[in-house]
Design a protein around this ligand. Structure first.
Ligand code: RIB
Ligand code: CA
Length: 308
């Protein structure tokens, strides 16, 4: 049996890569996918999760989560991911529907029932996980680790200071960061090291299967905004989380205290990293600082190449 995981996501182009890698891997036992608002609204992120899984022929169940942050206005990243959140014409409409059980109930029930601890892989705003921890604090003891994409040790992408997933719901992010659960954080400082350069995009095409071609073309959709910012290609933020679960040696991490700025103002939503442990608080988060980008793309292409 593989590593038991639950993916909490807001598909989203890069979330779709996480889903595909998880479907392809024999080393993961994906117990379910929970969806959150984020890149686009909850209805669309849920539809997109179903579209990707159906297109890949996967029967991993999908559970709808929460449709907005605990506080604050609803934002999205449609400008980056497109109005549907997944501009991939070949990946048609879903052929299945989400489970009747909501995501929070599924997370709590599954964690309580599981004999083994479960790894939660989060690649969107952390509202679902925060609500789970508030409703059922006991489940923290059943979580192996929360591996999440969010924050940054340097600059933001939704504001000069804040990364999108954290900015969507800083209060939920702080609830998760405060949880007595091992965490591994993939911020923009790391994910901007794994860019889909033209060579890497061609390597996906060269896989010679539908998945390589369609996922390479997906990158084509959001490379424009990255080129406009001076990047050589789009960053594959979310699949860094799945890659770490499968091959942690691809990344260098350092344990430190991480908090989120929840006071409104210039730095609202920014993750604050106590790399020198100046505040003397618990170093409860392993922050990814360096990626073996070549190794990451080798892993990813090896998995995508196994699909349709
Ligand atoms: O800031 C990048 C993150 O926000 C990624 O997870 C992307 O999918 C969006 O959710
Ligand atoms: Ca995401």
């Amino acid at each position: 049996m593989g590593i038991p995981v639950i993916l909490d996501c807001d598909p989203g182009i890069d979330d779709a890569f996480s889903l595909a890698m998880a479907v392809a891997s024999d080393d993961l036992d994906v117990l379910g996918v929970t969806t959150t608002y984020g890149n686009v609204g909850l209805e669309l992120t849920t539809t997109n999760a179903l579209r990707v899984l159906d297109w890949l022929g996967s029967d991993i169940p999908v559970y709808k989560g929460i449709d907005q942050a605990l506080l604050g206005k609803v934002v999205d990243a449609a400008a980056v991911h497109g109005a549907t959140g997944l501009e991939a014409p070949e990946i048609g409409p879903p052929t299945t529907t989400p489970q009747a059980e909501d995501a929070i109930s599924f997370l709590i029930r599954t964690l309580r029932e599981s004999e083994d601890k479960i790894t939660l892989v989060a690649s969107g705003p952390l509202t679902n996980l925060a609500m789970m921890l508030r409703l059922a604090p006991d489940v923290a003891a059943k979580i192996e680790r929360i591996v999440f994409m969010g924050g940054s040790t340097d600059y933001g992408n939704d504001s000069p200071a804040a990364e999108f997933n954290m900015m969507c719901d800083p209060y939920s992010a702080q609830i998760v960061l405060d949880a007595d659960v091992p965490k591994t954080m993939f911020g923009l400082n790391l994910t901007h090291q794994v860019l889909v350069t033209p060579q890497r995009k061609q390597a996906m095409h060269d896989l010679g299967n539908d998945t390589g071609r369609v996922f390479a073309d997906m990158c084509g959709f959001f490379e424009k905004i990255y080129h406009s910012l001076g990047f050589e290609g789009p960053a594959l933020h979310d699949p860094c989380t799945v890659a770490w679960v499968l091959q942690p040696e691809l990344f260098e991490t350092r344990s430190m205290r991480v908090d989120v700025e929840t006071n409104t103002g210039l730095s609202f939503g920014r993750t604050v990293h106590d790399i020198w442990n100046i505040a003397g608080k618990d170093r409860h988060t392993d922050v990814a600082l360096k990626a073996d980008a070549g190794g990451f793309f080798d892993l990813m292409n090896g998995l995508l190449g196994r699909l349709r």
